[in-house]
Write a protein of this length. Structure first.
Length: 190
C-alpha cells in the first residue's frame, strides 16, 4: 500500500484535476482518494464518504475518475488535522492505496510520494498560500501546466537529488513519463 499526497500553490491550480488524472491513469491501484479542507460543508459530517460519482464536487469527481472510495475530511481551523486523521484511520483502515489532496497532509501523513502543483506562473493569484512553502520543501516532484508534456530535472532540496518537474498540457491526462515514475513508488500495489 502506498500514500501519495497532492498539494498546490493556490486554490484553483488544478489539484483535484491532477488527482483525477492520476486515478484514471493508474486505475489498477484501486485508489481511496481523500480531500482535506478547512471549508465548512453544510450538513456533512467532518468525515464524509462520497457515494455518487459526477462533476459536482471534488470527491464525486474522484469516483467518476475511477477511485474505489472517496472521502472529504473537513478540518476547521480550531481542530488539528492529526486529530481528524486519528478518527479517520480506524474507520477506513490502512490497507488501500491512498491519494490525499492537501498541502497540510504533507506534514501529517507519512507519504511515499508528494506531488505539488505549482501554478504560480499560470494563476492570477500572485501570492501562494502560506502552506505552499512548507510543501515545496517536502515535494518529491513538481507539476506545472505547459504547452506540451515533458519532464525536466528541477532543483535539489537540502542536498537531495534533483526532483523532476513534470510539465503537463492537461492535468487530467498525465504523461507516460510521469506514469512510469509514479509506478516506481515504493509500496504501490494493485
Amino acid at each position: 500500500m502506498a500514500i501519495i499526497v497532492v498539494g498546490g500553490s493556490a486554490k484553483g491550480v488544478g489539484k483535484t484535476t491532477l488527482v483525477c488524472g492520476l486515478i484514471a491513469a493508474l486505475d489498477r491501484f484501486h485508489w481511496t482518494a481523500v480531500k482535506i479542507t478547512t471549508d465548512a460543508h453544510q450538513g456533512l459530517p467532518p468525515i464524509h464518504e462520497e457515494k455518487s460519482a459526477g462533476p459536482e464536487t471534488g470527491t464525486a469527481r474522484y469516483l467518476a475518475a475511477g477511485a474505489a472510495r472517496a472521502f472529504l475530511l473537513t478540518v476547521p481551523p480550531q481542530r488539528n488535522l492529526a486529530q481528524v486523521l486519528d478518527e479517520f484511520w480506524p474507520r477506513i483502515g490502512r490497507g488501500a492505496n491512498f491519494i490525499f489532496e492537501s498541502n497540510r497532509a504533507m506534514d501529517f501523513v507519512e507519504a511515499d510520494l508528494r506531488l505539488l502543483v505549482d501554478g504560480r506562473s499560470t494563476t492570477a493569484r500572485t501570492e501562494p498560500k502560506p502552506s505552499f512553502w512548507g510543501a515545496m520543501l517536502l515535494a518529491d516532484a513538481l507539476v506545472v501546466r505547459a504547452d506540451a508534456d515533458s519532464v525536466v530535472s528541477g532543483d535539489s532540496v537540502y542536498g537531495e537529488p534533483a526532483r523532476p518537474i513534470f510539465h503537463l498540457k492537461h492535468l487530467d491526462n498525465i504523461s507516460a513519463e510521469m506514469k512510469r515514475w509514479i509506478e516506481k513508488c515504493p509500496g504501490l500495489t494493485p
